[in-house]
Design a protein around this ligand. Structure first.
Ligand SMILES: [Zn+2]
Length: 135
């Protein structure tokens, strides 16, 4: 009788959490990045708003296209404003000392992730779960 191979089922270990607190230096660099990004976004919103409010050249037959462009500009402004809000939140968190902590699992968000997305509120794992649940 052949021995049954013991399949070592991987027990669901608790996910290894990043508990490394970001250093003050890292926070400073994040702050700079966020402030700069916010400045760019605000400028971009201003430009877009000017475009949006500027009277469209009345070209006969292009009315629909203009409406489409206006809607596009508006959605762009909205997404910029959402990002500015996130940046403001992130900056507030830097002040409070809670920056880089995932709002879902309380771990510290990976540094590499913060470097690309300094205003992110979730770690990669939670982001995946969040995206799945919001589908
Ligand atoms: Zn998380």
């Amino acid at each position: 009788m052949a021995k049954k191979a013991i399949i070592s089922k991987q027990k669901s270990k608790p996910r290894k959490k990043n508990t490394k607190k970001p250093s003050q230096r890292f926070l400073e660099s994040m702050k700079k990045q966020l402030v700069k990004k916010r400045k760019d976004l605000l400028k971009s919103v201003k430009d877009l708003e000017e475009t949006f409010c500027a009277p469209m050249p009345s070209v006969i037959g292009e009315g629909e296209e203009n409406t489409f462009e206006k809607e596009f500009t508006l959605s762009l402004i909205e997404s910029h404003e959402q990002e500015i809000n996130l940046i403001n939140k992130a900056l507030q968190k830097i002040l409070e000392g809670t920056f880089g902590i995932c709002i879902d699992c309380d771990c510290f968000i990976e540094k590499a992730r913060l470097k690309i997305l300094p205003a992110t509120e979730r770690c990669l794992e939670c982001r995946k779960i969040y995206e799945k649940s919001s589908l």
